[in-house]
Design a protein. Structure first.
Length: 324
């Protein structure tokens, strides 16, 4: 991870804002659903991907196992942030037509389809997306979210209406560059949804509590900016303008884990991103993250992730779900 934020004397540190700034999504798949009458489809698990569903006409229900069903009406958005399989229904109890990726649909591009279901009853139209997420701070932020993040049209306000109108336009009228624009719009939809959820939280512990703490947040932000720096409790305490002992105790108390354990976890998130799909060698990643040898890095990686770095180079980035 390179230094991407320039520190100026008058620039206040906003760690939560910076985490949102570094949240980057890549469009994997988009779908528009047009359905009449009773219907239900199964959304399969997608590794570390984030799914979103927006109702533009009618109503629909999002159901994730272990969580109460969420009702969506026009202008509402549901975010399923942990890649979990879930159900979309016209109403609770409606039997499933099957997995969405196995149902007949019209492919307007390799990554965009229209799913139509003809029945007798009320009509519903949805826009859905599946997005992959990059970045260690992004993943740690997503870990905080519940199984479903529901942003209703009142919370979303004018920004939601504007984004939905633009997204619908791009998905409905295919034009050159449409895929790139749709992904950028989806990026904003996800970030705004998470920001809306964060604004409603009164959290003083855990990662979010630490990020909102001016001193701990400064140290955590520095770690995310330079994960390969030779971090110690003392150097993190210096970033927080605290004594070593006070910083160590406060970090563990608020975050729920020791500072250096957190540093290791961040490094392994970064490593898994870099190794995914063989984008970097194990030796390169070990050097970038400050490890003296490939062997010591490999031991730390396997201890944290549960698989070897070599395995991660051959596996999709979805293996990151094992971290944390």
């Amino acid at each position: 991870m390179s230094q991407s934020v320039v520190d100026l004397p008058w620039t206040p540190i906003d760690p939560v804002g910076e985490a949102l700034h570094h949240l980057r999504v890549t469009g994997v798949f988009y779908s528009r659903t047009e359905a009449d009458g009773p219907w239900a489809v199964e959304m399969p698990a997608f590794g570390d991907c984030v799914s979103f569903h927006v109702v533009t006409v009618g109503e629909a229900w999002v159901e994730v196992e272990g969580s109460p069903p969420v009702r969506l009406v026009p202008g509402d958005l549901a975010l399923v942030p942990h890649g979990r399989g879930h159900l979309l229904r016209s109403a609770p109890g409606v039997p499933s037509l099957g997995r969405v990726d196995e149902l007949p649909q019209e492919f307007l591009s390799p990554n965009y389809t229209v799913l139509r279901h003809r029945g007798i009853g009320a009509r519903v139209e949805l826009i859905c997306g599946v997005l992959s997420v990059d970045g260690s701070a992004s993943r740690l932020l997503l870990e905080l979210l519940p199984s479903v993040v529901h942003v209703d049209s009142r919370q979303g306000g004018t920004w939601m209406a504007a984004m939905l109108a633009l997204t619908t336009e791009e998905l409905t009228h295919a034009r050159p560059g449409g895929a790139a624009i749709t992904t950028r719009l989806a990026d904003i939809l996800v970030i705004q949804s998470i920001r809306t959820w964060l604004d409603a939280q009164q959290v003083t512990t855990g990662w979010l509590g630490a990020m909102r703490d001016p001193q701990l947040g400064a140290a955590i932000t520095a770690v995310h900016r330079e994960p390969g720096r030779p971090w110690t409790v003392a150097t993190m305490a210096h970033e927080a303008a605290m004594s070593r002992s006070a910083f160590s105790a406060r970090f563990t108390d608020i975050v729920g884990e020791p500072a250096m354990q957190y540093v290791t976890r961040v490094r392994m998130h970064v490593a898994a991103d870099r190794l995914g799909y063989g984008r970097a060698t194990v030796r390169e990643v070990a050097a970038e993250l400050g490890y003296d040898s490939e062997a010591s890095f490999s031991r730390a990686y396997k201890r944290e992730v549960g698989v070897s770095p070599g395995h991660s180079r051959r596996a999709p980035v979805g293996h990151l779900a094992a971290i944390g």
